[in-house]
Design a protein around this ligand. Structure first.
Ligand SMILES: Cc1ncc(C[n+]2csc(CCOP(=O)(O)OP(=O)(O)O)c2C)c(N)n1
Ligand SMILES: [Mg+2]
Length: 891
């Protein structure tokens, strides 16, 4: 393992000496074994290190299979039968994509990915992937999304999907049900375990799933009954930062329950992944560097004999130097041309390859289509001890689909197979259908009881049942009653606290709760101190599979940094993707393990939706449960941190996730009521929803809980207090989050202008507008029935006066309920980029402080004819509102 040596003598003066060294090494190897040889090399390396002459390590092994022929275990299955089964699956997968497009052109669908990865899947399905049982924890499998037709075709042969369902691939609204394009648990909740269609996310998700399984075991919530996480990904996909960016933790935490299989067909959608290089070698060095086991499956069995005769290493050298772009070319060349390119006039190579006919050269298999090689690799991977394993399998994109697809740059999207090509593919797979049936891509399933179906069934039974298969059987939890959180409900008196502080106290209490405490999983990405959560370190401990092998620097303090094997807090470091993947793992443990863990992931709110929004979308798809908590939220409430920290839009994005319920509470008791009800809905009633709540770091006196507000808090709006009586003008102020305190101040200001303003706490605009839209829809579709009334409309319809809303989020958020507010709603928000300033200055800048709220009311009253222009002008002056001030949106 060395880089290009420098200063090497040019002549061969020292060739004898070199030979002697090699001889000595050979002797040591023979006499004392490989361990001794490695030790000797290590000693030499140390010697060079001391002389500052150590070689730069290169983390690559030669371009050949990691597992040698003599290490290969015997194959436990019937390869002929497995190949026959694979051919049937390949055909049906092919037919599924073609038929969908014959019926409805433009439906899309991909066949080249599955064609490349079919044997990988089949070896895994027949011998490795295990379903959950009483004895075994069960494997969680992430399948390459674009290979889904193959998974469906297998389930069809297994009798788990009907022909009708196959016909309705990508037509999910058809009678009898259809099949989703890609793995989507939400759309096929008893089938798919995990979504994978957004590339890169499956790797980070799989890594953190594997880690979370260990967490559950270490905490005693799950028996140590094994269970692996398998992720099959593409080689092009490996360029996504979520892939290589998160592999470190897998090695650090010794996740030997994780197997990542990369289908290295050397192509992505447009063309080669690394035409000028070698993706397998590149990935090998990344993963070796990160501390993984790396198993390369490059060449098929027919090459073994050639390697055995390659005593000088000429063949290996050629394999090492040929680029992926060339290898791709070989897949489309005839045997003679391939040989020519391969040999390149080298007599040694030419001699070596003489034993193979041109046809043999052409059809010689890559490792990813060789059962023996794949079995050996997977078998080693599942035996791994102390490290995660990546298996890098060399394949061909579009394999078996004929010359118009195989290895072509256009393979990924290829669907336009002529009748002749269809028949050829069918014949290649020996499908016993008539030519017209092959041309119309009919499905084919052998008789029940046929050797193929019997074998498949026997294999799956021996592995615990069919996969993929998703379960949602988990025990329902008893929701803790509100009284358990009394101290947070009774108000803070004249002490001030923030909603973040309230949240932390709530969590501290919840962690001790007899009904749900052990299931709580606090997750934080290196921000616990920011949120004042460091007190929880000692109470709950930070999870670390190694425990704490050092004495923390703050050991003698009240809040030491306490790491522990049984620790409950997941401290993710600065990795929002990883933290969100932990949330996803903890929020789906009810499904994967039957254990209803409740994740509370608290993060800088701006680094949530816009940073890892796609993972949050995947949470929605995964039917994940739990609480996302946007900390230090509010564009003007987080003051000093500036433009890239101040979030005034996460609630707008949150409203785009259909099964996400979001709130922007102002008071501690609202937070308690909302979270408690969330636990009830998700963990007692087992609804497939999850929550997003923002909390702020502005301290304020927290009012006491009035039980009459309970339902209003949850529905999104309730009257917090009434304005003074006896005034001639009326207004209604809707406030949320920290801006509620500006609203309360504005209430007092307005009194001076003869306006009695009621204050309403708007905990959730998105819940209000979802309810209203649902009512409208129902009314539209049922014109002859008694119309339903949106909650917000029913609540406000009898009120009169000016309605003004103010929040720390974009104006569009309150605007979403305007049409159900009498006379419409004037909405003030924080549109525009944030900047560093004091809270007061920021609220002036964004025009959401008490003065601007009051002015908005007065202006609205003026347009309603209840205030003269002169009075309004005077108010502007008194409240020091500059009409020519620059707009915060543009400045
Ligand atoms: C985040 C993301 N970006 C882009 C795509 C579109 N896309 C789907 S498959 C594909 C190419 C996949 O190449 P590779 O990972 O090598 O898999 P292969 O099909 O070659 O096995 C692309 C770009 C996607 N699904 N997700
Ligand atoms: Mg690829």
């Amino acid at each position: 393992m060395s880089s290009e040596p420098t200063g090497v003598p040019r002549n061969d003066d020292w060739s004898e000496e070199r030979a002697e060294w090699i001889d000595s090494m050979a002797y040591v190897l023979e006499q004392y074994g490989p361990g001794a040889a490695q030790q000797l090399l290590g000693d030499l390396h140390q010697f060079l290190v001391q002389r500052r002459a150590a070689p730069v390590p290169v983390l690559n092994t030669p371009y050949r299979n990691t597992i040698s022929v003599d290490e290969q275990p015997p194959y436990p299955g019937d390869i002929d039968l497995e190949e026959r089964i694979e051919a049937l699956i390949r055909w049906n997968a092919f037919a599924m994509v073609l038929r969908a497009n014959d019926e409805e052109p433009g439906l899309g669908g991909h066949i080249a990915t599955y064609s490349s990865t079919a044997t990988l899947f089949e070896v895994a399905f027949n011998h490795f992937l295990q379903a959950r049982s009483t004895e075994y924890g069960g494997d969680i499998v992430y399948f390459q999304a674009h290979a889904s037709p193959g998974i469906y075709a297998r389930a069809f042969l297994e009798g788990r999907l009907s022909e009708k369902e196959l016909e309705n691939f990508r037509r999910e609204l058809q009678p009898g049900g259809g099949l989703s394009s890609y793995p989507h648990p939400r759309n096929m909740p008893s089938f798919w375990q995990a979504p994978t269609a957004s590339m890169g996310l499956s790797t980070v998700s799989a890594i953190y799933q594997a880690r979370f399984a260990r967490y559950l075991e270490n905490r005693g919530l799950k028996p140590r009954n094994a269970g692996k996480v398998w992720a099959f990904i593409g080689d092009g996909e490996a360029d996504e930062p979520e892939v290589l960016g998160t592999v470190g933790i897998a090695a650090r935490e010794q996740l030997d329950n994780l197997v990542l299989v990369v289908n290295c067909n050397l192509q992505r959608l447009d063309g080669p992944v690394r035409g000028n290089g070698k993706i397998i070698q590149e990935l090998e060095s990344h993963f070796l560097g990160a501390g993984w086991n790396v198993i390369k499956v490059i060449w098929g069995t027919p090459w073994d004999a050639l390697f055995a005769r390659d005593t000088t290493g000429a063949l290996q050298r050629r394999m090492d130097e040929v680029l992926d772009g060339d290898y791709q070319m070989y897949t489309v060349l005839g045997g003679d041309k391939q040989r020519e390119h391969w040999v390149q006039g080298n007599p040694e190579l030419s001699d070596l390859m003489k034993t193979l006919s041109d046809e043999e050269v052409r059809t010689i298999k890559r490792g990813g289509f060789d059962h023996l090689k794949l079995f050996a690799a997977f078998e080693r991977a599942v035996r791994a001890d102390g490290r995660p394993t990546v298996v890098l399998c060399k394949t061909v994109k579009g394999y078996g689909l004929g010359p118009s697809a195989e290895g072509r740059n256009t393979a990924h999207q290829k669907k336009d197979f002529s009748p002749k090509e269809r028949a050829e593919v069918g014949q290649r797979f020996a499908i016993p259908l008539s030519r017209p049936d092959l041309e119309s891509a009919c499905f084919y399933r052998p008789e029940v009881g046929s050797p193929e179906l019997a074998y498949m069934r026997e294999r799956r039974e021996s592995l615990g049942g069919y996969l993929p298969q998703r379960s949602d059987a988990a025990p329902a939890l008893a929701t803790p009653p509100l009284e358990r959180f009394e101290s947070l409900l009774e108000g803070s008196g004249d002490r001030k606290m923030s909603t973040t502080m309230a949240l932390v106290r709530f969590l501290a209490r919840l962690l001790r709760d007899k009904d749900v405490g052990q299931y709580v999983v606090p997750i934080v990405p290196d921000e616990a101190r920011t949120f004042g959560m460091d007190g929880l370190f000692r109470q709950a401990g930070i999870y670390s599979p190694q425990g704490q092998m050092y004495e923390p620097v703050d050991a003698g303090t009240m809040m030491p940094y306490k790491e522990s094997k049984e620790g409950q807090i997941l401290q993710e470091g600065i990795c929002e993707s990883g933290a969100l993947a932990s949330f996803l793992a903890a929020g789906t443990a009810y499904s994967h393990h039957g254990i209803p863990t409740i994740p509370f992931y608290i993060f800088y709110s701006i680094f949530g939706f816009q940073r890892v929004g796609d993972l949050i979308w995947a949470c929605g798809d995964s039917l994940c449960r739990g609480f996302l908590l946007g900390g230090t939220s509010g564009r003007t409430t987080l003051n000093g941190e500036g433009l890239q920290h101040q979030d005034g839009h996460s609630h707008v994005v949150a409203s785009t996730v259909p099964n996400l319920v979001s709130y922007d509470p102002a008071f501690a008791y609202e937070l308690v009521v909302i979270i408690r009800d969330g636990i009830r809905r998700m963990y007692e009633a087992q609804e497939n929803i999850f929550y997003y709540l923002t909390v702020t770091n502005e301290n304020a006196e927290m009012p006491a809980y009035d039980p009459r507000h309970h339902d209003g808090i949850l529905k999104g709006l309730y009257r917090f207090n009434r304005g003074p009586s006896g005034l001639e003008r009326k207004a209604h102020l809707l406030g949320s989050g920290a801006i509620m305190y500006q609203v309360l101040e504005a209430q007092a200001v307005l009194e001076r202008y003869g306006v009695s303003a009621d204050v309403w706490s708007a905990t959730s605009y998105s819940e209000l507008s979802r309810d209203a839209l649902a009512c409208e829809r129902w009314n539209r579709l049922h014109p002859s029935r008694k119309a339903r009334k949106p909650y917000v409309e029913a609540l406000l319809e009898k009120e009169r006066g000016a309605f003004v809303a103010a929040s720390d989020y974009m104006a569009v958020l309150p605007q979403s309920i305007s049409q159900w507010v009498p006379g419409g709603l004037v909405s003030l928000g924080t549109d525009g980029f944030g900047l560093s300033e004091s809270r007061a200055q920021l609220r002036n800048h964004f025009e959401v402080d008490a003065r601007y709220i009051a002015v908005a009311v007065l202006h609205r009253l003026h347009t309603m004819g209840e205030m003269t222009a002169k009075e309004l002008k005077r108010a502007f002056k008194e409240l020091d509102v500059d009409p020519e001030k620059a707009s915060p949106v543009a400045s």
